[in-house]
Each structure stands twice: as C-alpha cells, then as structure tokens.
Design a protein around this ligand. Structure first.
Ligand SMILES: *Cc1c(COP(=O)(O)O)cnc(C)c1O
Length: 489
C-alpha cells in the first residue's frame, strides 16, 4: 500500500525553510554583534506594551517560521537590558563570544545527555578536560581534583555546603540533619553572596546555622572575629563545620584575606569554601594570581564561566581538591540508568551532582577557550582590569569618591558635590537617570554598614575608553537633572 505523505506538523520543517531559517539566524547574530553598541542599553519598562505584542500570538494559528523568528528577535532587541552592550556596567552578565554561541547551538542540535558517560563520552571528557585545566589555574593538583559543571554559581555553592556537611558529619547521608550531634555552624562573610545563605537553608539547617562574620573597614571578612566566634561557639557545644570566603564580592569586588582564613581553617579543621564566582577569573593572568593567594588551600571553589569569561549563562563550576567528595555526597544508582560503561575507568556525571539529566554546559566554554587560548583570555582580563582603573580615575577627576579598595574592575562611588552624597534617594535618582538615558546601565547598592553607593563594574571585553566617557557623560547629565528636580526623579 503506498504511504500517503503526512502533512508537516511544523516541527521538522522542510529543507528549504530550514536553509532560510539558518541564513536568517546567522544574519541576526551578525547584526546584533555589529549593532548593539549603537542601541539603548536598557529598555523603557512597559509591561502593557509587551503583553499587547503577545496578545495576537494564538497557538490555534501557527506562525510562519521566519515570522516567528523575527518576532522573538524584535522582542528581545526592544525589551531587555543588553548585557553584551559595552556600556552595560552591570552584574557580570557577559557579552558572549561567537565561539560560545556556536557551542550553545551545537549543544541544542546534538542534545547530548550528560547524565551517563556511555551516552555522551565526548561531552563528559570535554568537561573533565576543562575541570583539570581550571583546577591547575587555581593551584590544585589536576589529578586529585574532582569537579562538576553546574547551572550557575548558586548550584556550585549549594554543592559546596552539601560537600562540607558530608565531610564533617559522616552520617549526614543516612541520618540527615536530625542525626547531627549538635547545632552545626557555618561562617559566612557579611559581604558575601546570599546564594550561600540560601544553600544553608535549602540543606535544612535553617538560618540559625549561619554566623555572618562582619567586615573590616575595607569590607574584608575579619579573621580575628572569625577565630573568636569559632572558639566561643565550640565552648557552647555547637559544631562549626564550614567557612566560606569570597574572591571578588558581588557588590564591591573585595577579596577576603584567604591566607589568614586558611590558617584558621587548618587549625580548626573546618571545610574551607571559596566563592570565586566572578573574581576567580584573575587566576588566568600570571601577574594577578597573587591577588588570590591561598585559594589553593580551599577545600572547594565556586567559579562561574558565565561571568568574566564571556560565556552564555548558565555555566558554573564546582571544584574540590578532595577527589572523592562528590561521590560521597551524591552517589546513588538506579536500574534505569545506562550501564554500558560499567567496566571502564570513567564516571557518570549523574552520580556526582545535584542535576541528573544535564545539558552539555562545558562546550560553549571549551570552544571559546580552544580558539582564544589562555593568551586570549589573559588579554581580555588585563584589558578589563585596565578599564576598571581608568573608570576609577575618571570618576575621581569628575568629583565622585570611590569607596571600595580592590584591584578588580568594579567601582562603588558617591558624589562629592552633593552634600549628602550617600543619601539613598539621591543615589537611586542618579542611577535611575543614567539607566533611563539609555546610554549606560549602573545600579545603586549598599556596602558595609548600609552605606548607599553607586556601582559600576566592567567585565565586558568590548568596553573601551570611549564607553567610559559615555558613562561619565551620562553621570554628569544625571547630576544636573537630579539637582534641577530637587532629587525627586
Ligand atoms: C554571581 C555570584 C554568585 C551567584 O552565582 P549565579 O551564577 O548568579 O548563580 C555567587 N557568588 C558571587 C560572589 C557572585 O558574584
């Protein structure tokens, strides 16, 4: 019986349509890379406009493929803050490299299932290759390092807390939190990222298990207080188990005093986690490596490739110098998982991480690094650090006072010309005016004991001196605007 051709349900599409789609997609990518610098950084925020745009989209009436592509492209162009814009002085969200875009596209196409080694041997080995390469940069012995790619730094920090619990309390895997011999205590820096706090809560420990160690005047974790608190907690019968320090705080780029903290950790036999989510990138530059001296003593490290390494979100990395800690923390097997590789000297990623089904996170980083090489990345990190120095210099010349001391490219600043330069309303009005101008994106935040500051960070490899001039211009206009509005808007 001859087969009657099925009507195309619109999933695979025909070869000619696909060819047109790929051409258009290539054009879109090239257009965005070439033109984004000339566009607004941030959109006007108008939920009604976006909902009106979406209203006619009715899944009862499928769209033409090119039309659908154009619709999404227009929506994204017009309605988002553009992290790849060279005047995005924001929260480490990167401009992505063309090779990493290729990596993500290939990942979507081949769709490797990175849960079991036997399903995706190439993908798993690429990630292990990267894990060893980054381990070496952080001063770990690559042969003794275990690691896993994560959705982001938040998952890597969660992994660290679980690893610390497993290490400190051998019965944790079976008895859980109820079986702990005493109240566990984790020491977190007051200026640290709150994903660590949340990880403590998600592990069932509750926020009572957290001691926030205050910062000194330079916003660094105070090691003297840390040592005192551990001693006091021990005296009260509590069980300290984890110290987390930060290399490059999110707000101000502060690097905690790792050698002093490492000495305390060593004496007290606690798990030492270093959250180097964005600042860790300086490990790639030989002459900056001394900034994170001591990190090699960390029991575990969080590092995000989707920040300063210009890789699309999300690409977190968890590393540990305890080769079996992931295995001890996560191993669990299941009858339905493939076992073809059982006799081989390999590991199944699903036995080593929070995730089970997992996308090939490493490819976008692998391709970008393979093409730029370490030397390309060194150049980028040096360039952005130099841009950071230029930014601080230009701000100071224009009468803005820098309040954070760090070699990393991030400035927290207040207005010297405004009598109450640190007043919350003033700082927020300046940031709002800069963002509304469409010229640049900066943000207001607080550092230390609630000090209100403006924050501008440069981790975008495409930011050039002229972009810093643009930011300074926008700040000058904002000053004038806010002054004439009496600080209202
Ligand atoms: C960004 C950041 C995180 C969180 O990582 P995500 O990738 O956003 O989940 C953790 N710690 C620090 C220091 C960060 O800057």
């Amino acid at each position: 019986m001859p087969e009657t051709p099925r009507p195309d349900p619109g999933l695979l599409l025909d070869a000619e349509t696909r060819a047109a789609l790929w051409r258009r997609l290539g054009d879109v990518i090239e257009h965005y890379l070439e033109r984004i610098a000339g566009q607004r950084v941030a959109p006007q925020l108008d939920p009604a406009r976006i909902r009106a745009l979406l209203k006619p989209i009715d899944f009862e009436m499928p769209l033409e493929p090119l039309h659908a592509l154009d619709f999404a492209v227009r929506g994204l162009w017009e309605h988002q803050v553009h992290p790849p814009h060279p005047c995005y002085y924001g929260l480490f969200n990167p401009a992505t490299t063309p090779m990493s875009i290729v990596g993500d596209a290939l990942t979507a196409l081949f769709n490797p299932q990175v849960a079991a080694w036997s399903h995706s041997p190439f993908a798993v080995e690429v990630e292990q290759h990267l894990i060893r390469a980054f381990a070496e940069k952080f001063g770990y012995d690559p042969a003794q390092t275990c690691g896993t790619f994560c959705t982001a730094g938040t998952e890597a920090n969660h992994t660290a807390v679980l690893a610390a619990l497993t290490h400190a309390f051998p019965d944790f895997a079976t008895k859980g939190v109820r079986g702990l011999p005493a109240q566990p205590v984790a020491y977190l820096p007051a200026e640290g990222h709150h994903s660590v706090h949340r990880a403590i809560r998600l592990c069932g420990l509750g926020s009572d298990a957290i001691r926030e160690v205050p910062a000194d005047l330079q916003l660094r974790m105070n090691p003297t207080l840390l040592a005192d608190w551990i001693e006091e907690d021990r005296r009260h019968g509590l069980k300290p188990f984890l110290i987390s320090a930060t290399v490059g705080t999110t707000n101000a780029g502060i690097i905690d005093p790792l050698p002093e903290i490492a000495a305390i950790v060593h004496r007290e036999r606690l798990w030492f986690h270093v959250d180097a989510a964005w600042g860790g990138a300086v490990a790639l530059v030989p002459e900056y490596r001394s900034w994170l001296a001591g990190i090699q003593h960390a029991d575990s490290i969080t590092f995000d490739l989707h920040k300063w390494l210009q890789i699309p979100m999300g690409a977190g990395l968890f590393l540990s110098r305890h080769p079996d800690i992931l295995d001890r923390t996560f191993r669990m097997t299941a009858a339905y998982m493939p076992r073809e590789a059982a006799g081989l000297p390999v590991i199944d990623p699903y036995t080593q991480s929070i995730q089970w089904t997992r996308r090939f996170i490493g490819l976008k980083a692998f391709l970008s690094l393979a093409v730029a090489g370490w030397s390309g990345y060194e150049t980028v990190i040096r360039h952005t650090v130099a841009m950071g120095q230029k930014l601080r210099h230009e701000l100071a010349v224009a009468d803005w006072a820098i309040v954070n001391r760090t070699p990393l490219p991030i400035a927290c600043f207040v207005d010297r010309r405004h009598a109450e330069g640190e007043e919350q309303l003033y700082v927020e009005a300046i940031a709002r005016a800069v963002v509304a101008s469409g010229q640049a994106w900066i943000s207001p935040t607080t550092v230390g004991a609630g000090r209100h500051v403006l924050r501008a960070c440069i981790t975008n490899f495409r930011t050039e001196p002229r972009d810093i001039d643009t930011l300074l211009d926008a700040l000058e206009h904002a000053r004038a605007n806010v002054a004439s509005n009496g600080g209202r808007k």
